[in-house]
Ligand binder design. Structure first.
Ligand SMILES: [Zn+2]
Length: 373
């Protein structure tokens, strides 16, 4: 009995000091950078491609790092939908599903509340940046709950009908022509719908005014990511409660040079954001899953990739097969709460790491339904 009470006291002491510690180091803002398919093999090749040396990327030198399992609920290799759902909801789900529960057990899928929705609920501002479509799996997992990532119209509709707060303040996505054409084919004018909801609608970064508070920008090609992130941070930091910003940069390396160049661009933007970052901001870099790329050969006194004009070598230095792979990916972080990024952990733990950085407790799964969708 005495022992039990002592243990309780000890536990309470331990708990309260842990809480005091975390309160001291709370993050007001979280910026989550996702290198889509930017696993360790891609980062390694990008460092050699860009610097002719390994380990030169900024994300390979951040103060805290860990290795994250990316598997989906029932499969060892994940797609971007299940991968990002795990990171933003803390629950593993099935491939192709966006922020709804896994189908195991024969029960229906339940919508899972995302960290973006927790932030909206608390009055923070939120934003999404991607070089893919803004309705594609990675950004959509943050704000939509659907059984199939291909349900683009439903995803767009849910972006306009947020269940928490007033929905994301900022959307910056790519593939402008394709996104608008696909919606138009279904009889929907995406930009008018967002304008009706109070968003300023833009087709270039330069057109976004400094004082904009609700931004919907569909851009062409690989726009200037650094400028987009700066604009987003300037916009979102006007809310003193804080913000959550997710930045996805696709670095799939099937087109090897383009993928590695994009990885270098993303790394440079993480570096600049971290160097200019405020002390109250947790900055996280993670890949949603790895990709089948390997450095297989190459001399240190020659470029890793052959000159684009040269004929393809018989045995290339870098071997690429088109496919996601199941090994752990790098997670690197700095700022309040980043010390929890260490060792091997699951993609679902990254959700808890970000929540803990804000000082928020996830609701139990049974209460986590976000409605009847
Ligand atoms: Zn992906």
């Amino acid at each position: 009995m005495l022992l039990l009470r002592d243990m309780k006291t000890f536990y309470l002491f331990f708990l309260s000091s842990a809480l005091a510690l975390s309160a001291a180091g709370r993050a007001r803002n979280v910026i989550l950078f996702i290198g889509d398919a930017g696993g360790i093999p891609a980062l390694h090749a990008a460092s050699i491609h860009g610097f002719n040396e390994p380990n030169k990327l900024f994300v390979q030198n951040m103060p805290h790092m860990g290795l994250m399992d990316t598997s989906a609920a029932g499969e060892w290799v994940t797609d971007s939908a299940a991968a990002m759902s795990a990171i933003v909801t803390g629950q593993k789900t099935d491939n192709e599903v966006l922020s709804k529960s896994a189908a195991a057990g024969g029960k229906g899928r339940v919508p899972l509340k995302t960290i973006l929705e927790y932030a909206e609920e608390r009055g923070l501002w939120t934003g999404l940046i991607t070089n893919m479509s803004i309705f594609d799996a990675t950004p959509a997992a943050c704000y939509a709950h659907v059984d199939k990532r291909s349900q683009t119209l439903e995803i767009a509709d849910q972006a306009l009908r947020p269940q928490f707060g007033d929905g994301p303040e900022l959307f910056i996505g790519a593939d402008r022509k394709a996104v608008l054409a696909a919606a138009a084919k279904q009889g929907i004018d995406v930009e008018s719908r967002f304008r009706e909801k109070g968003y300023g609608v833009y087709d270039t970064l330069g057109a976004i005014p400094a004082g904009a508070s609700r931004v919907f920008a569909l851009l062409d090609g690989d726009y200037d990511l650094g400028a987009a992130v700066e604009r987003a941070i300037a916009t979102l930091s006007r809310n003193r409660k804080g913000f959550f910003l997710m930045v996805e940069w696709d670095v799939h390396t099937l087109n090897l040079r383009r993928g590695l160049d994009r990885a270098l661009v993303l790394d440079g933007v993480v570096r600049r954001t971290a160097e200019r970052g405020r002390k109250d901001t947790l900055i996280v870099f993670a890949a949603d899953h790895s990709y089948d790329i390997r450095v297989r050969a190459g001399r240190k006194d020659a470029p890793l990739l052959p000159d684009a004009a040269a004929p393809a070598p018989r045995r290339p230095n870098v071997r690429v097969e088109d496919g996601h792979t199941g090994e752990q990916v790098l997670v690197a972080a700095q700022g309040p709460g980043s010390e929890r990024v260490r060792g091997f952990f699951a993609n679902t733990d990254l959700f808890r790491i970000m929540m803990a950085a804000y000082g928020w407790r996830p609701q139990p799964v049974t209460e986590r339904s976000t409605g009847t969708r």
